[in-house]
Design a protein around this ligand. Sequence first.
Ligand code: GAL
Length: 679
Amino acid sequence: MWDDGRLFHGGDYNPEQWPAATWREDVALMRRARVNLVTVGVFAWSRLEPAPGRYDFGWLDEVLDLLHDGGIRVALATPTASPPPWFSLAHPDALPVTADGVRLHHGSRDTYCAAAPSYRAAARGIAATLAARYAHHPALAMWHVHNEYGTTCHCPHTEAAFRHWLIDRHGDLDTLNAAWATSFWSQHYTDWAYVSTPRATQYLGNPGHLLDFRRFWSDTLLAAYVEQRDLLKAANPALPVTTNYVLGDWVPVDHARWAREVDLVAIDHYPSVVDGGAEEQTALAADLARGWARHGRTRAGTPRGPAGPTRADPPATWLLMESAASQIHTTGRAHTKEPGRMARHSLSHVARGSRGAMFFQWRAPAGGAERFHSALVPHTGADSRVFRESVRLGETLDRLAEITDGETTASVALAWDAASGWALRQPGMPSALLDGHAELAAAHRALWRAGYGCDVVVPGDPLDRYRLLVLPALYLADDATAGWVHDHVEAGGHLLVSYLSGVADQHARVHLGGYPGAYRDLLGLRVEEFHPLAADEQVLLSGGGTGRIWSETVHLRGAEPVGTYVGGVLDGRPAVTRHRVGTGTTWYLSTRPDDGTYRRLVTEAARTAGADPVCPAAPPGVEAVRRAAPGTSWLFLLNHTDRPQRVPADGLDLLTGVPADREVTLPAGGAAVLREHPR
Ligand code: GAL
């Protein structure tokens, strides 16, 4: 059984970088830190297959046996994210080509084309060889395919595959020409052979072409994953198979769609900012992962219960596969995490559904590109703050096994789809500042700061458990997405829509007749003109707030203004509106409000919708997340401040074993996990 009921603690383990004597010390230290899962072999192809068809499994045999003897389970990786030097030399056609037509060379990692037949065959080969040898090794808990699929390519193999994909999607050239609006700039295609990948070109590319290429590449990478998965499954159907998602708008992967093909959604998460933004990014990444996990399960046909947890509705489980033990990497600088911060980040993930807290990496290497990346065992060795904190984290995770029964609670849903994010970043948009991830993050941050639990949902997902649905610049809306939003409102749900949502269709063609074409009736308004703002510009809002990035001429068609623009060309015109529809209320934000204003607005929208914050009495700087199962619940309280904090709450603190009677005191930078009701 892969799942022994405990939370996982561990990370990427690269024994191929160390002499055998270190392996024994590693296992001893892992036991001290209660490490119970390690990813092995993720970049070990050149050590597993040093020459074509010549394998060296001796070291891996020994390591797996040592880990098994030490009670440590293994996510055995297929090493296909970094083919060995001999492969690239033998198959230069499998080296990736950039949009500029430059063929990249061996020397880093991820230097392959996922559409190249020779790469795919080699990847299947090493996966099948590993499966034949290890699929029944008792150390294995799961397979970890590849690492962070995302690399793109524009080589002739890719081009040929793209054409096939387009034929499948559009059927005939008339349909493709219409979808891509190719009458513009003389791009009309009369032969499939004329269609290439969107390479570097003279000026703005075609939006439909760019968007389809992203979708195609997501599907191509997915096919590469699926063929490995199928080989691994064939060798042992009982072992789950996953791959670790990398997040970011550069990633050409539709993670929601992939969620149907993995047994366990797994993400890597590295905050990119140092201040409280790191905690907000952590919460958002975890909410995204849970959303993908639930989406995958719903589509797979697992029965859902009615709103609220039931036994038939198991928690949406996923795994934080990688995070940083100590550092936050911002542009150009590594910031050392303060004591306790690594544990709080881990608990934030666990509170939001992760089956544990895993790290990149177990031991910091002396050489190699990532020699200064943090690790559970840093360069200093085990006599270090970071290792001591990882030992404490192991103890903490061990005490929390029971919470895996609980589903993270949320009364607000944020809708997100990858293609909308890709389309908003395309050239030729009215502003280069548009960023779908940033819009999602701004809405999530507002809800996070106001204390609301949120789920990130994919258009089409069930919405019956949410009082309020938020569309943060969800730019694309086909008929199905628009219908899904309308159904939610018609069923009495509340809706908050931010600018540019529902402006274009699935091919990035603008819905005509006034923006936002897909939702103007629901919102009771019509937007006539855009007034994008310069990077250093802001608009003043009545009530004292400000708006950035965007502003618009909004005409009311039934909605009432909640806030207006002050000064400038839009002086006195609606900036934020509200509209009653049936028993629900729809809200519209025509600009990106400052964080304080955004927070006030989402609080008002949530209150109107009847949604409650997780722990209304939590003081500022204390994050509260609840997981609930029938008859019981667990309240996670994370103190992100450098002072002790008192929170009114009842229950048994699983971290200390001390009952809280109407109040719990959190140490500075510390946490509590309260079992709120007897089990
Ligand atoms: C991840 C990657 C790891 C390591 C880590 C460094 O994205 O999967 O292999 O490079 O980043 O933060």
